[in-house]
Design a binder for this molecule. Structure first.
Ligand code: UDP
Length: 503
């Protein structure tokens, strides 16, 4: 059942969506593509077979619901050193292979251009990691919208870092400094900001290209909602100087059916045969709001020592927990976790998910009362949408900025006390001890007035998230607005103002 109107007026508007290949970029862009299709736009998503496998079942369901949406497959070119069939970048992808995947994707550029010419779209929505699509769209005389991962908040903060370089004015890694030009006094330390702001890396070069293409784009699409970070949305438009539309929460807008929620991100509907998944049976047996859900996204690779601390922290915290340990290779860490899993299962305190968790379903479950997260932007929005407070444990990318938004501005999270930014491929030497993990969970799940206040605030934001995608809500209106602009652009292209219309 959908809670928004479907209008037939934009049937002839054709769009191409080009998502990137890591789950946290692929999933929201596919969700956004599906939202456009719900609203009558004819959508083609271009991707490789392994990436399509992750979301094709949702596209098939959408097509059977009468939406004009399909996937166009391209084969990832062979690059020396890239194993056959490796087309995605996730926690199990070593850095050298991730670079090979990027190299192979770059080789696809001429093919993308050719497909754009063949399919003749009215506009293109491309992930930020395909900067050349801005020129390809210009060649066709059509708008390119860029999908920018992360929050407006983080982008404004990172722009200020680039512009004013406040981190260069402190003497040590742990001295805090003010990031100027934001609507609130954002303080960070040098050890918490991404490496590229301190030392030029290969990623700095990539981000320079991304930023240039962002400014040359017709506009950008974000996946949060106005009540979540409205002042930063407005600031971002001023900084970048382009249009921008905030159309979230995207995951709940299109994944309203259990089958869509269950298959999101891994293509399969059932993880464990045809019976009820063991995590679900376990959650069903728990009291309302009593369980902490612990998940660190799709790129996480904690060292064994950290896994041991998390395990003890959870076992001793006094609350039940559902922990997504992900794919752990054979070895000491796996053997420890298997033992740990058996023990907490026997005591009925915890449940472990090995592999991919159907996160949207879990967040919806009434037994879940709080979330421990690495502050990946998708998880943050999904958690706020579900009305759950968080323990924030930022690790990499723009996650330390997201933490400040959740803790200082919105006051819906308890910080665990992470001090060092890491690269997703190198977790460095910071180990969060079990005591800190337990303390943060105690504050998250506690019964004091402060905890209740935090819960009330996040519930209120969840209501705003739900309103945002209803007819007349902020994200709904943004979507209508961007579709209308794309139509106007198309009409103007067909009938330029300086030419007399045909009699
Ligand atoms: N996700 C999931 N199951 C998992 C791990 C992740 O469904 O076991 C989804 C999660 O719902 C989110 C995305 O994958 O939509 C992860 O994105 P996020 O920005 O939170 O973190 P990242 O993967 O970039 O670290």
């Amino acid at each position: 059942m959908e809670s928004f109107g479907v209008e037939g007026e934009s049937e002839t508007l054709k769009a191409i969506f080009l998502p990137s290949v890591s789950p946290s970029h692929l999933l929201p862009v596919v969700d956004i593509a599906r939202i456009f299709a719900v609203h009558g736009v004819d959508v083609t998503i271009i991707t490789t077979p392994a990436n399509a496998a992750v979301f094709q079942s949702s596209i098939d369901r959408d097509a059977s619901r009468g939406r004009s949406i399909r996937t166009h497959l391209v084969k990832l070119p062979q690059v020396p050193g890239l194993p056959e069939g490796v087309e995605t970048i996730n926690a199990s992808t070593p850095m050298d292979i991730a670079l090979k995947v990027s190299e192979a994707l770059n080789l696809l550029e001429p093919q993308f251009r050719q497909i754009f010419h063949q399919l003749n779209p009215d506009f293109i929505v491309s992930d930020m990691f395909y900067p050349s699509t801005v020129d390809a769209a210009a060649e066709l005389g059509i708008p390119r919208l860029i999908y920018v991962g992360g929050t407006y908040f983080a982008h404004c903060a990172m722009d200020s870092l680039e512009r004013f370089e406040p981190h260069k004015k402190v003497d040590s890694e742990d001295e805090s400094f003010l990031i100027p030009g934001l609507p609130y006094n954002l303080e960070m330390t040098r050890s918490q900001i991404p490496e590229r702001f301190k030392t030029p890396t290969e990623f700095s070069y990539i981000m320079k290209k991304v930023k240039e293409s962002e400014k040359k784009s017709y506009g950008s699409l974000f996946k949060s909602f106005y009540a979540f970070e409205g002042p930063y949305e407005e600031l971002y438009r001023t900084i970048v100087g382009t249009k921008s539309w905030n159309v979230g929460p995207v995951s709940s807008w299109v994944n309203q059916d259990v089958s869509d929620k269950r298959s999101r991100g891994h293509g399969k509907e059932e993880e464990e045969g045809n019976g009820k998944a063991s995590w679900l049976a376990w959650l069903d047996s728990k009291k309302k709001g009593s369980v902490v859900y612990v998940c660190f996204g799709s790129m996480n690779n904690f060292p064994n020592t950290q896994l041991v601390e998390i395990a003890h922290g959870l076992e001793d915290c006094g609350h039940d927990f559902l922990w997504v340990v992900g794919k752990i290779n054979e070895g000491e860490g796996r053997a420890f976790l298997e033992e740990f899993g058996k023990r907490v299962e026997a005591s009925n305190k915890g449940c472990l998910i090995w592999g991919w968790a159907p996160q949207l379903l879990i967040l919806d479950h009434p037994a879940v009362g709080g979330v421990m997260t690495h502050c990946g932007m998708n998880t943050v929005i999904e958690t706020v949408d579900a009305g759950l407070p968080m323990v924030t444990w930022p690790l990499f990318a723009e996650q330390f900025f997201n933490e400040r938004l959740l803790v200082d501005v919105l006051k819906i999270a308890v910080p665990i006390g992470a001090k060092k930014w890491k690269s997703w491929s190198d977790f460095g030497d910071e180990i969060m001890e079990r005591g800190k993990i337990g303390d943060a969970i105690a504050l998250l799940m506690g019964e004091g007035e402060e905890c209740e206040e935090m819960r009330r605030r996040v519930k209120a934001l969840s209501q705003e998230a739900k309103k945002a995608i209803q007819i007349g809500g902020s994200s709904y209106n943004s979507l209508k607005d961007v579709i209308q602009e794309m139509k106007s652009f198309k009409l103007e292209k067909l009938n330029p103002k300086d030419e007399k219309p045909l009699a």
